[in-house]
Design a protein around this ligand. Structure first.
Ligand code: GTP
Ligand code: MG
Length: 440
């Protein structure tokens, strides 16, 4: 009896040791995977206190930028109201975290470096990468030449594809009559072979098409294409208005253009933002249906999930499945995340994005036409409350108590809006954890 107990003990001892070994192996595997996925290790690169002190000029610049960001945060306009009656009594301009980063008050002990693994989840075009690009910019990280070239090519593709959608959508969906000159341009456009590198003559043609009255008018009512294959990319106007600059061989996009450019995330991208003793390891995940299959590969050991929802997608269909509403799809995904056992201890931040486009769309399209259960007055605040309550309902159906979810509003093409959200997130969640760690 005694012997068999001992045997069992040994067995369990070995099992436990094996378990530990396997756990370690798995962790190493995950770390290796991350390395593989990293497109670029971006920075705030481990600037030491001394380093920064010697760069007084830069520090002053940082402080200036910071001050302007907080000022902006305080003047957040109409969204302030929404923040105030949001679920979590969010304090606007809560800036201790950034202030601490920029004044470098933190202890320098490298042993006390704290890592936060953050996942950005949400459906395609919700704005995940846009927020991350803004955060990168906020951390003073420069976009490399390689990245600029990638974004330049993406901008040119966006222009071509959106002009094509405007033409085809006008002709085949709206069945508009083309003038003889537009018809001629249309025929010429159709002759451009797919994937061909666009030449100057092609660009002149595209520019002429964009400048016709009919195409401009159709662009103004582009929500007509929300459910069809002719959907128009958000923010495309800023590129269409600059074709003569973008077509130049030497053109490289500036930061604003990079932030507005939609380059679909195909694979998991890891961005590392280092602020002295704090490392934010941000995973940018693909939002298209098939791409979401990659999500679980980075579910391990995540402290924060930022789930991004585009508010203006209430009338839009998924590009990959025309019959399915994007907002309902987003609700579905959110519900999956809330009920996943992986995230029972993970903080969830729900970012309602594209507030600017939401406001303008509400003036053109009733929320009720897409969500018949909505009985409100179609005002911005009322419509937002309805969508918010839908998401909170999903979180309750899942294992999440709605009070554990933090809600933020954002227009992520606007750096000031992102900085406000970032301040609040870090202040509310990361900063608190950091205090705990430093006080250990
Ligand atoms: N006007 C406006 N445009 C936005 C906003 N947020 C994102 N966009 C635009 O929406 C498009 C898609 O944004 P992304 O951040 O690339 O979307 P994503 O969620 O990363 O999409 P996937 O990579 O496909 O999963 C881009 O053209 C952005 O410029 C916003 O708040 N307002
Ligand atoms: Mg993306």
């Amino acid at each position: 009896m005694g012997n068999s107990n001992l045997k069992n003990k040994n067995k369990f001892g070995i099992k436990n040791r094996n378990k530990k070994k396997n756990k370690k192996k798995n962790k190493n595997k995950i770390k290796e995977k991350e390395k593989k996925y990293t497109r670029k290790l971006s920075l705030m690169k481990r600037k030491s206190l001394n380093d920064v002190k010697s760069k007084n000029k830069k520090k002053n610049k940082n402080k200036k930028k910071f001050r302007s960001l907080t000022n902006m945060a305080q003047g957040f306009g109409n969204d302030k109201q929404l923040f105030d009656y949001g679920t979590n009594n969010l304090a606007l301009g809560s800036d201790q975290f950034l202030q601490r980063i920029l004044s470098h008050e933190q202890p320098q002990d490298s042993k006390k470096r704290i890592e936060f693994r953050i996942l950005f989840l949400g459906c395609a075009e919700a704005g995940k990468s846009t927020i991350i690009k803004n955060l990168k910019n906020l951390s003073m990280t420069k976009f490399s030449n390689e990245e600029k070239i990638e974004f330049r090519d993406a901008i040119r593709d966006l222009i071509f594809n959106n002009i094509k959608n405007l033409l085809l959508g006008s002709k085949y969906q709206l069945q508009l009559e083309f003038s003889s000159s537009l018809e001629a341009l249309f025929l010429e456009f159709n002759k451009i072979p797919p994937k061909e590198k666009l030449r100057n003559s092609h660009w002149n043609l595209i520019q002429k098409i964009w400048e016709t009255d009919l195409i401009k008018q159709v662009y103004q009512k582009r929500e007509e294409f929300s459910k069809s294959e002719y959907q128009i990319t958000d923010s495309i106007e800023i590129f269409l208005d600059q074709i003569s600059k973008i077509k130049q061989p030497e053109f490289l996009p500036n930061t604003k253009e990079i932030i507005h450019c939609y380059l679909p995330t195909k694979f998991i991208v890891l961005e590392e933002l280092v602020f002295d003793n704090i490392v934010l390891r941000i995973h940018d995940l693909p939002g298209y249906r098939n791409g979401r299959k990659q999500w679980p590969s980075v579910y391990d050991d995540i402290q924060v999930i930022c789930f991004v929802v585009a508010l203006n997608e209430y009338d839009m269909s998924l590009r990959e499945s025309k019959g399915e509403n994007r907002l309902r799809d987003s609700l579905n995904e959110f519900s999956n995340i809330c009920s996943s056992p992986w995230f029972s201890k993970t903080k969830i931040i729900l970012i309602f994005n594209k507030t600017d486009l939401f406001k303008t769309k509400l003036q053109k399209k009733k929320l009720k036409s897409c969500f018949p259960e909505y009985n409100g007055d179609n005002s911005y605040q009322d419509a937002f409350e309805f969508i918010k309550s839908k998401f909170l309902h999903e979180s309750i159906i899942g294992q999440y108590n709605k009070n554990r979810i933090n809600i933020y509003l954002s227009n992520s093409t606007d750096i000031n809006s992102v900085s406000t959200t970032f301040n609040c997130i870090t202040n509310k969640i990361i900063d608190r954890d950091m205090e705990k760690n430093f006080n250990k």
